[in-house]
Design a protein around this ligand. Structure first.
Ligand code: XMP
Length: 520
């Protein structure tokens, strides 16, 4: 939990797919908030957390379901403003003496238009400048009778209680989702809500940096910390922050598994060892990794081998640090949020993403995770605050197993060398055309086929490659990037001319789903 000197907003999660977006909207307003599942919010928790305001999220459940998720009644006695969204609205009415009806025939999913009722509401400042507002509805049940003290301030054709409030208690309840893009003016409601609740909007990155440094010092004391550095944004920002807090008590271990991009190892080592003067172990383990991967073509087997070796190598080099008692990790907030599962069973594993889970217990290490409260773009903002070069902060994500999963089928040193060169040309093209920051991730995959071509007067029989570039918000879904034909043509020509070993270039136009971003 962050410094208690900041006012805090509590989001009680009832399992909506978009609860994280509520947190995003609030953080954009410099308001500190945390998401907690409804069943973790006990009376004692409320006392400890002491929220200045509460938001009840949406969720897939029905208040009629057996064991329907409910917040503790105490929430409504805290004397702080409350905003209920969709299921959160129904919960408020249900608990506070109104009525909810099952949605026979009145379920509403998608775009709807809300028009104002009589009476002005502080929550709606800046709304209804035209006579209606577009909102996003997604509900089965609906409120049929308001709880005492509540009045209606907006209606839609299928939701007579689209916007409701008890202005004396500052309880607000809406049927739609103001946090999604399809409610274009939704951010205004959050802005008004936090203003009404009296938030100062003082949760800035500068303040976060100071607090995080103080917390790291307090947690670590004079113990030693080791950090696995990948060169990605998260581990880089974590390392620089911890180094600022405890200096040379921190040692970073950078594992070169031979599956990095062109010039990547040198870049990372130069940046941290030379520019930041950070103790850094550069573990050159290319032969070990590539040896173990020899002849392996199954994607999951590749990931397992790499994951296991990474841990072995990390442990081996961590021993050089001797008596480290802490392990630093760049864990982010989305990894931490305990999501509420109503479906019961575990979701299907598409790919076993490699992480260093299990390492701390195995090595008897405690964790330092200074980014646990941040979203990815906040980590980037912290990186800028810490003075990390923009080229590092804006880097596209790079998977732990590296080029291994961009080389479908068997990995050979020859293929890796060709892939590195092609990837470097592609990224250079993207940068030259000023497109790098518009793209979530771009890379080349070398395909396990050779194709026939003709160059000059001769026949070629070389590898084909696929270019991939996607836009995405979080890597969970993605669209292919709409390059122009000119860009694609110019890039293909450059790769074929500049990279011996490739004679055919394709562009992957698969979205995720049904594809995935990486090829394996
Ligand atoms: P996919 O391919 O699953 O990728 O659509 C989503 C995001 O995750 C990255 N990725 C990985 N990251 N270990 C990682 O650390 C992995 O095994 C792995 N597989 C995919 C991928 O680069 C994209 O950003």
């Amino acid at each position: 939990m962050t410094d208690a000197s900041h006012d805090r907003l509590l989001i009680i999660d009832f399992g909506s797919q978009v609860t994280q977006l509520i947190a995003r909207r609030l953080r954009e307003l410099n308001v500190y908030c945390e998401i907690h599942p409804f069943n973790a919010v006990t009376d004692a928790f409320l006392d400890d957390f002491a929220p200045r305001a509460v938001i009840l999220s949406g969720g897939p459940s029905s208040v009629f379901a057996q064991g329907a998720p409910m917040p503790p009644a105490r929430v409504f006695d805290l004397g702080v403003p409350i905003l209920g969204i969709c299921y959160g609205q129904q919960v408020m009415m249900h608990v506070l003496g109104g009525q909810v009806e099952r949605g026979h025939g009145t379920a509403e999913f998608g775009r709807a238009y809300v028009t104002p009722s009589d009476g002005r509401l502080d929550l709606l400042q800046g709304w209804f400048e035209t006579d209606r507002e577009q909102v996003w509805m997604s509900h089965g049940d609906h409120v049929s009778k308001l709880a005492p003290g509540f009045a209606v301030y907006g209606t839609s054709p299928n939701a007579p209680f689209a916007i409701t409030a008890d202005t004396t208690r500052h309880f607000y309840a809406v049927q739609f989702h103001p946090e999604v893009h399809h409610t274009p003016n939704g951010a205004r409601l959050y802005e008004n809500f936090v203003r009404i609740a009296g938030f100062k909007g003082d949760w800035t990155m500068g303040a976060y940096r100071e607090e995080a440094i103080a917390r790291i010092r307090e947690q670590v004391g004079d113990a030693k910390v080791i950090c696995g550095l990948s060169g990605g944004v998260d581990s880089s920002v974590a390392a620089v922050l911890i180094h600022e807090a405890i200096g040379d008590q921190l040692t970073c271990v950078f594992v070169d598994h031979g599956l990095l991009r062109k010039g990547e190892a040198e870049e990372v080592v130069t940046m941290f060892r030379d520019n930041y003067n950070m103790p850094l172990i550069h573990a050159d383990e290319q032969d070990l990794f590539l040896g173990e991967l020899d002849g392996v073509s199954d994607p999951e087997t590749k990931r397992k081998i790499i994951g296991k070796l990474f841990i072995d190598v990390f442990q081996k080099h961590a021993r050089e640090v001797g008596d480290a008692t802490f392990l630093a990790q760049g864990t982010l907030y989305p990894d931490v949020i305990e999501s509420v599962s109503f479906s019961g069973g575990p979701s299907v594993t598409i790919k076993s993403h490699h992480n260093v889970g299990g390492l701390p217990e195995k090595m008897g290490l405690k964790l330092v995770e200074p980014l646990r409260e941040l979203f990815k773009d906040e980590v980037r903002a912290l990186g800028r605050e810490l003075g990390l070069p923009p080229s590092f902060i804006g880097r596209h994500p790079f998977p732990g197993p590296g080029l291994a999963i961009r080389c479908p089928g068997e990995i050979t040193r020859e293929k890796l060398a060709i892939l590195r060169e092609a990837d470097a040309v592609y990224i250079d093209q993207i940068r030259k055309h000023g497109l790098y920051d518009d793209i979530w991730q771009a890379f080349v995959a070398i395909l396990p086929v050779r194709t026939v071509g003709v160059m000059g007067d001769g026949r070629t029989y070389d590898f084909a490659c696929a270019l991939r570039a996607v836009t995405s918000v979080d890597g969970m879904t993605a669209d292919y990037f709409p390059f122009t034909h000119e860009f694609l043509g110019e890039t293909a020509t450059r790769i074929i001319n500049e990279v011996p070993g490739i004679n055919r270039v394709t562009y992957d136009i698969t979205s995720k789903p049904p594809g995935t971003i990486e090829w394996e």
